[in-house]
Ligand binder design. Structure first.
Ligand SMILES: *[C@@H]1O[C@H](CO)[C@@H](O)[C@H](O)[C@H]1NC(C)=O
Ligand SMILES: *[C@@H]1O[C@H](CO)[C@@H](O)[C@H](O)[C@H]1NC(C)=O
Ligand SMILES: *[C@@H]1O[C@H](CO)[C@@H](O)[C@H](O)[C@H]1NC(C)=O
Length: 389
């Protein structure tokens, strides 16, 4: 071995050892076991929960479950004193619950690890030996792992599920969407997600990257310091903004904004689930069920006929005039000939139909239909896939 190689090895060894010297002091490490009695207070989803020591008023780390022995590690917002429903504003392991005796461990290596009772790692921050020296729950509800200089090497604000707290952002190249939960009981991903928006106090700003556009909505001003607020993509696909006033008893939460409601610019027709699996909506009302034979009276059971085959000869399309898909307002669609739009849908087994604006040759392929919106413009067409028999 030449001496220069030796020096290089020595140097890299020293470099390595100086990084690994940044360890979490033993007094800061912890292992919390998911065991013991459940808490007494009323929390969202009618869950059972166990509060863990990490706490910064009004945020507390907990395990909660809505079905027996299937726990989510989550951050809860709310104080005991306000006597109001406490809400789950961040969670680690949606869709991948842990059981009794699961552990949350923060070791000297700086990794925060959620492991099931059998040791299976369910979730982790992947920050082992990266210079983490401490863990904190900040007053904003951001849970962070920081290095010796106070830089965040991991933060919960970078992994939202369905909720954004004040100061938390969605951005291209970073955390870029919210996904609703499936139901009150079932904490797995639901059908709705929002991409790339960000939040400042009571202004919700959102933009799209393709095409580039941006817009914002000023939400109602609340009567009090609204730093303790959150934006939630709900189970129904609607966005709602809540503020929290810990000094008000019983009604500490105020719903200050609903993205899609009767009084909003869009109206309820923009809510994907407003008229069930497949209904036509006009002025916030469900007015009809589209069928291959025309419109019939609306009921909540309206649905599309399933196309079981991917073979083009097994299905066709029926046309609806003066309707839009709920996504059309927020996306530009592709500029193509109608025949190309149709063949794109025909070749795509998952495509349930396509939407076409004849005045500007815009095409949208739809993977779900749900609520169609009645529009006054007869150049807005929908072609719904239907089995040939
Ligand atoms: C959890 O662990 C404790 C201690 O090892 C044990 O006594 C208990 O039975 C375990 N609980 C469950 C539900 O497995
Ligand atoms: C609002 O509340 C936050 C958190 O409690 C606090 O840091 C901030 O100073 C408050 N702002 C005002 C204007 O009182
Ligand atoms: C239909 O929409 C186009 C643009 O998409 C617009 O120029 C036209 O005025 C609309 N027609 C009606 C009747 O609203």
């Amino acid at each position: 071995m030449s001496s220069s190689t030796f020096i290089l090895l020595l140097l890299s060894f020293q470099l390595f050892s100086s990084i690994s010297q940044a360890v979490v002091p033993a007094s800061q490490t912890f292992t919390y076991v998911n065991e013991g009695d459940f808490g007494d207070y009323i929390v969202e989803y009618d869950a059972n929960y166990r509060a863990l020591p990490p706490f910064n008023n009004p945020f507390q780390l907990c395990f909660y479950n809505t079905t027996p022995n299937a726990f989510t590690l989550a951050l809860r917002m709310g104080t005991v004193r306000s006597e109001s429903l406490m809400r789950w504003v961040w969670e680690a392991n949606r869709g991948n619950p842990v059981r009794e005796n699961a552990t949350l461990t923060f070791g000297t290596d700086g990794n925060l690890v959620l492991a099931d009772a059998d040791g299976r790692v369910v979730w982790q921050t992947n920050t082992a030996n990266k210079g983490v020296v401490g863990f904190q729950v900040l007053p904003t509800g951001n849970m962070v792992l920081h290095d010796g200089k106070g830089n965040y090497l991991w933060q919960s604000f970078d992994s939202p599920t369905d909720t954004l707290l004040v100061g938390q952002t969605l951005r291209a190249g970073g955390p870029n969407k919210l996904v609703s939960r499936l139901s009150e009981v079932s904490n797995v991903d639901g059908p709705y997600n929002t991409d790339e928006g960000f939040l400042y106090y009571l202004t919700f700003e959102y933009f799209t990257t393709n095409p580039t556009s941006s817009s914002n909505r000023n939400m109602a001003l609340s009567r009090y310091n609204n730093t303790l607020s959150y934006l939630r993509l709900g189970i129904d696909g609607n966005l709602r903004f809540y503020t929290y006033n810990p000094n008000v008893q019983g009604v500490a939460w105020e719903l200050v904004y609903t993205f899609l409601d009767r009084d909003s610019m869009e109206g309820e027709c923009q809510l994907p689930g407003r008229c069930g699996n497949f209904g036509l909506c006009e002025d916030s009302q469900c007015v009809a069920c589209p069928t291959p034979n025309g419109l019939s009276g609306w009921s909540k059971d309206c649905d599309v006929k399933k196309v079981a085959s991917c073979k083009a000869s097994d299905f066709g399309y029926y046309k609806l005039g003066g309707v839009d898909h709920f996504m059309i307002k927020y996306t530009r669609g592709d500029q193509t000939k109608q025949s190309d739009c149709e063949s794109k849908c025909t070749k795509d087994c998952k495509c349930m139909g396509y939407f076409y604006h004849t005045d500007n040759s815009r095409c949208w392929i739809a993977y779900d239909l749900k609520t169609l919106t009645r529009v006054g413009n007869s150049t807005h067409l929908a072609y719904i896939k239907t089995p040939n028999k």
